[in-house]
Design a protein around this ligand. Structure first.
Ligand SMILES: Cc1cc2nc3c(=O)[nH]c(=O)nc-3n(C[C@H](O)[C@H](O)[C@H](O)COP(=O)(O)O)c2cc1C
Length: 324
């Protein structure tokens, strides 16, 4: 199993972010944003599923509650080249709740087991589940243990556990990622009791914490830290044989931007993963300002050729930031 997973995050872990992160972190397991079964079965599935082969391995995270729909979507994911399928049982947003998916499913282990079983029967790649330690009044250790054991019996290969409970009624999604206290002790207890591998998620923000948790867990999942400080997060891969110098990675990314623009991708979306790149370094603000100005100028000049866009990216003050 990969020791480090970059969490699924709506609005962040789209294909462009993953393209960049794969180059910064050659050995992580990357996840898609959550894609609902409705979006895949009734929407533009190709747009949701397409990714660059060099991003691999990528896990497709699905949101759904209907076993047969999930099975069809899991098969689509496998056919598209995804390495694993992950079921979202942790998202607390009210829209997701209204659809009967995400964290509210934690209260119905048998239904989730039917979903997992249907996906396991439909694909040959691993099927996994991401959940919280508790949801509303379903927050005892017994419920968590029973939930995970039920997943294991259904064929789930590992669970990712966000070490916080979710309050579906009282807190919004952002509060549900900060207000309920982190309970690593609960996830540790689970990992010692169950033979199903447990991946720890929630609040990990430094390399020392990763190393400490890896003594107890086979893997850890990191979300916000990877987005807010990609270079700092990727430090541990600096010596990796396939980790290219940051300047080379940026050149490659700008060439990718150029190719993607000609496919009709939005520039602001393509530049988003670069925004936090030099987090904490002197001049990070002027980097962000340059990126924003670039987006603005490119938006204004719709007739401008793509090659002149690449010329503009070359004038970004990259050199003053590159350290590795
Ligand atoms: C902006 C944002 C979007 C998220 N979207 C998803 C999602 O689509 N699916 C999911 O399972 N979790 C989602 N999460 C939760 C993260 O995967 C992760 O569990 C959470 O942020 C805790 O990890 P962290 O403390 O390392 O950030 C999201 C989190 C954030 C901040």
């Amino acid at each position: 199993m990969h020791q480090i997973h970059i969490a699924p995050m709506m609005g962040y872990t789209h294909r462009h972010f993953r393209y960049l992160m794969r180059r910064l972190c050659p050995e992580v397991l990357l996840y898609s944003e959550m894609v609902t079964t409705g979006a895949l079965l009734h929407g533009d599935a190709k747009r949701h599923l397409d990714f660059d082969a060099t991003e691999a391995p990528v896990v497709l995270q699905l949101g759904g509650y209907d076993p047969q729909s999930l099975a069809r979507c899991a098969r689509q994911g496998q056919d598209h080249g995804y390495a694993q399928i992950n079921l979202n049982v942790g998202c607390p947003s009210s829209r997701v709740q209204e659809g009967g998916i995400g964290a509210c499913l934690f209260k119905s282990p048998q239904l989730v087991a039917s979903c997992v079983q249907a996906m396991v029967d439909a694909v040959s790649i691993p099927v996994t589940v991401k959940c919280r330690i508790g949801v509303d009044d379903h927050d005892t250790f017994e419920h968590l243990y029973n939930f995970c054991e039920t997943m294991q019996r259904a064929g789930c290969q590992f669970v990712v556990v966000h070490a916080r409970k979710a309050w579906l009624g009282g807190l919004n999604p952002k509060q549900n990622r900060t207000v309920p206290p982190l309970r690593y002790d609960v996830v540790e207890h689970l990992a010692t009791k169950i033979s199903l591998p447990v991946v720890l998620n929630g609040g990990i923000q430094c390399h020392e914490a990763i190393d400490q948790h890896l003594q107890l867990f086979p893997a850890v999942m990191i979300g916000r830290w990877a987005c807010s400080d990609p270079i700092g997060f990727s430090q541990r891969f600096h010596q990796h044989p396939s980790r290219l110098p940051t300047a080379t990675i940026l050149d490659d990314y700008f060439a990718y931007v150029d190719r993607s623009l000609s496919r009709g991708e939005r520039l602001s979306f393509l530049l988003q993963p670069l925004q936090a790149l030099f987090h904490g370094q002197p001049g990070a603000r002027s980097w962000r300002k340059s990126l924003n100005a670039l987006t603005h100028r490119a938006n204004e000049s719709s007739g401008r050729s793509l090659s002149s866009f690449v010329e503009m990216t070359k004038r970004l003050p990259v050199d003053q930031f590159i350290q590795g």
